[in-house]
Ligand binder design. Structure first.
Ligand code: GLN
Length: 494
């Protein structure tokens, strides 16, 4: 089946004329049509545009010299502005926004020949870990526990992208990661998710959550595919002053590189209390696999890890409260009816337009930035962030890459959602520190737990050394031989 192929395989098949871009795209638009009613991975489906683009891709391929992603159908997280295609951030407040421009990342993918199947679902404004806060409804994880029909969450916030890729409703997808939103849903859905170094991909045209943390990256079914997508997405952009000018390597070339002599750090602090034995066992298996591949395993310490979550949940809401101030009912999005004054207009618009979690974060952020609390919370958090960054710098003097679990649990059921929002925030415990320090990090699926759900391991690299995490990730992927597939996917009736 065409939907079973990886991006690398499909790119080869297209060039060998085994099938056309139209056929490949049609197989995916059919899969989206068949499954989206249940999975709800896409907020907006653009099948007609996709097929139109596929016809053009076939001409480009026929002419020869087509770029890597020509004719490859992808899902795009609904925070990337796409010219003429509704972009909602899964929020009511901009639920009808049609951008008149293209984000840099999606423009680069289009230049590389990619085809967009639609805009994928997420937690509202990318705030969340379970895809439970979307104004367009939750996403169903295509995986289920053995002998248990409970609907599981796909993780968040890029849960629509992760579910689409896992259910073979896209060959790959873009995600954004502020504190774990690419890696955690990748782990929950049994796929690969790569958060590049902060500044590797341009943020221009991507709806902002927390600007000092937000980073776009690929979500795919293989490490090689993530490498192919990242090469197309990354690169300097004068429109984003935090976007790096470093040259973009051919990431794919790093796959299969020898790991002999590579030093892999195992941070003691990631052995969180109460962590499941199964996750610890999978982590140990990963360590053993890398040792066998010729790596030297080194114990390291990241002593400020324990402050990661607390500081993240000050800094991210602070930045979000500032970024989301623009949605005031005047220039963007939905405007409340019947306001009697300007303040009333702001209040009504923002109350009606934002969901509960977004409102909570705006309130927290406004509080920690307010006079009198700024020093006690925001400034203090910035200082702790520097200490977290220093931990990584010191660890990377001794090792080339770090190996940790991606998340403290496997996917949980929708109705097991914790009532206490702080419990929900614990999902990010292993992903947040790398975000705070701007390190590149990737989740690779390695095993199933005893209930049949995927578990992922996280590789964290040095700044702008995505190549090492890709090299180690592809070795881990090969040795782990993770071939399990979810029961709900294109071509399979569940
Ligand atoms: N789950 C985290 C949060 O809710 C991370 C979200 C993200 O990375 N966008 O903030």
């Amino acid at each position: 089946m065409l939907t079973d192929l990886t991006i690398a395989q499909a790119a080869e098949g297209l060039r060998k004329k085994e099938f056309s871009a139209v056929e490949l795209t049609k197989a995916h638009t059919d899969a989206v049509e068949a499954l989206n009613g249940r999975v709800n991975a896409y907020i907006t489906v653009t099948s007609d545009q996709a097929l139109e683009a596929a016809r053009k891709a076939d001409s480009t391929l026929a002419a020869g010299g087509a770029p890597a992603l020509t004719g490859i159908p992808l899902g795009i997280k609904d925070v990337f502005c796409t010219n003429g295609v509704r972009t909602t951030a899964a929020s009511k407040i901009i639920g009808n926004f049609v951008p008149p421009y293209e984000s840099t990342v999606t423009a680069k993918l289009l230049e590389n020949g990619a085809i967009f199947l639609g805009k994928t679902n997420l937690d509202e404004f990318a705030m969340g870990s379970g895809n439970l806060t979307s104004a367009f409804g939750g996403v169903e994880n295509p995986w289920h526990r053995k002998d248990d029909a409970s609907v599981l969450v796909p993780g968040g916030s890029s849960g629509g992208s992760a579910a689409a890729v896992a259910a073979h409703m896209a060959m790959g997808a873009t995600g954004t990661d502020t504190g774990g939103s690419i890696r955690q849903p990748a782990a929950y859905c049994g796929i690969v998710g790569l958060k590049p170094t902060y500044g590797r991909c341009s943020r221009w045209g991507t709806i902002a959550f927390a600007s000092s943390l937000d980073q776009a990256g690929p979500m795919t079914r293989s490490v090689e595919d993530a490498a192919i997508m990242l090469s197309a997405m990354a690169g300097h952009d004068p429109k984003d002053s935090t976007c790096s000018t470093e040259a973009v390597p051919d990431y794919r070339a790093a796959c299969g590189r020898s790991l002999k002599g590579l030093r892999v750090g195992i941070p003691a602090e990631y052995r969180a209390p109460g962590m499941s034995e199964e996750i610890l066992a999978v982590w140990q298996r990963g360590i053993d696999m890398l040792r066998e591949a010729g790596c030297e395993i080194v114990d390291v310490s990241l002593p400020h890890t324990k402050y990661g979550l607390a500081t993240y949940y000050i800094i991210a809401p602070a930045e979000c409260s500032s970024n989301l101030a623009r949605y005031d009912g005047v220039r963007f999005g939905e405007r409340a009816e019947g306001a009697t004054s300007l303040d009333d207009l702001y209040e009504k618009t923002r109350h009606n337009g934002f969901g509960e979690e977004v409102r909570r974060r705006i309130l927290m952020g406004t509080y920690v930035l307010s006079a009198g609390y700024y020093d006690a919370y925001y400034l203090k958090a910035q200082k702790v962030r520097t200490l977290i960054q220093r931990d990584f710098t010191q660890a990377f003097e001794k090792v080339d890459v770090l190996l940790t679990p991606t998340a403290p649990t496997a996917a949980f059921a929708r109705d097991e959602k914790p009532e206490d929002p702080v419990q929900m925030y614990l999902n990010d415990i292993f992903t947040v520190p790398a975000s705070m320090a701007g390190q590149p990090a990737m989740s690779v699926p390695v095993a199933l737990d005893n209930k049949g759900l995927p578990l992922g391991l996280q590789l964290i690299g040095k700044h702008f050394d995505e190549e090492t995490i890709i090299a180690v990730g592809s070795a881990l992927e090969k040795t782990a031989g993770f071939t399990a597939r979810p029961d709900l996917r294109a071509g399979v009736s569940a």
